[in-house]
Design a protein around this ligand. Structure first.
Ligand code: VAH
Length: 342
């Protein structure tokens, strides 16, 4: 037993033991799909920090930058090509799958047939793949999985879900399909409903993206025109909390999980509140408001997210509050603009 205890002690990260199946002594081999979306690159960096550079394979159908390519294993993977996915799982002996491929809320509304193919057919492929190869599979869901009939403040983990975007519909489908495969086949399906995730990488077709674009525009141009009304409250989270939530949830022993889909959040704020906090760091800037079609989407979403079940079951706890988020974003966006000039 002492040998096992010493091996297990090697893997203590951030005072958490990650749940190893006792057979294998190696860290899990992780495949990330949709790797060049908002979360992929940062997620790969974070998990490589825990499991080693070669343990995390980033994939997408787009050519990566040299920086991303040199950061660790990167391969082509089309989630609409089931045979290709099977080959990757076999050739790379994948254990865990993190499925980030999806068209987000605003861009999905502009191309519904593509959103159906990528978000729904893609989900069919990865869930069947995970079942066939006994993978642990993580699929992100969203506040967007709720609609105008759902209680908005707070929005509990279990309540009516009638979303009004194809993105939301596809994510409710993913949640229900994952839970079905868990109950029917014992598949280790895990899903977190994220609020708007705030990272320094430019946004990608969402409705909460104003909270990222505002930093890029204000730092570059000293002004920002917001497409949501000043008092539009939405749940939000800094990417550091999002990746820690994902990782802690993926490591949680099955016996801790009473659900397979959990709300998680860090805070809720409005564009006005965000701008007020930014003034401390960026004195001279102008914000104007010109709501567009995304206002209707935001008005159908939760204002405050209830993540009490995640806190109860696997000890989720956010660490980055609004002031930290603004400080981190000002620093990181300035660095990105200085480095890339964009
Ligand atoms: C979007 N950022 O706005 C995404 C997310 C929580 C919102 O799903 O579509």
């Amino acid at each position: 037993m002492t040998l096992l205890r010493s091996i297990l002690s090697v893997f203590t990260v951030n005072s958490r033991k990650y749940s190893l199946n006792l057979q294998s002594k190696k860290p899990p081999k992780i495949l990330i799909t949709g790797g060049l979306g908002q979360l992929g690159v940062e997620c790969a960096k974070y998990l490589r920090g825990k499991y080693g550079r070669e343990s995390v394979i980033l994939s997408d159908i787009i050519k990566p930058t040299a920086e991303v390519f040199n950061d660790g294993p990167y391969i082509f993977a089309d989630i609409l090509d089931f045979k290709g996915l099977q080959r990757i799982v076999v050739d790379h002996r994948v254990d865990w799958l993190i499925h980030f491929s999806a068209l987000l809320s605003a861009i999905g509304e502009q191309n519904v047939p593509l959103a159906v193919r990528v978000n729904i057919e893609g989900m069919h492929n990865v869930i069947e793949l995970a079942k066939q190869y006994g993978l642990r599979i993580f699929v992100p869901s969203t506040i967007g999985a709720f609609g105008p009939d759902s209680p908005r403040n707070p929005t509990p983990n279990i309540t009516v879900q009638r979303p009004r975007t194809i993105y939301g519909v596809s994510k409710v489908h993913a949640e229900l399909l994952g839970e079905y495969y868990f109950h029917k086949f014992g598949l280790d399906f895990r899903c977190l409903r994220f609020p708007g995730v705030i990272s320094s990488d430019p946004p990608g077709g969402g409705t909460t993206d104003y909270a990222i674009a505002i930093f890029h525009d204000v730092i570059r141009k000293g002004r920002y025109e917001c497409y949501l009304k000043p008092d539009t409250m939405l749940p939000m989270m800094h990417v550091r909390d999002a990746l820690r939530a994902l990782s802690e949830y993926l490591e949680a022993p099955n016996e801790m999980l009473n659900r397979r889909v959990y709300n998680v959040t860090s805070m809720s704020f409005t564009p006005e509140e965000l701008a007020d906090r930014m003034v401390k760091h960026l004195p001279e800037f102008q914000i104007t408001y010109r709501p567009d079609s995304r206002q209707e989407i935001a008005d159908s979403w939760p204002q405050v997210f209830d993540d009490s079940e995640a806190r109860r079951d696997w000890n989720w706890k956010p660490r980055v509050d609004l002031d930290d988020l603004v400080t981190l974003m000002v620093k990181e966006v300035k660095e990105k603009i200085a480095a890339n000039g964009f």
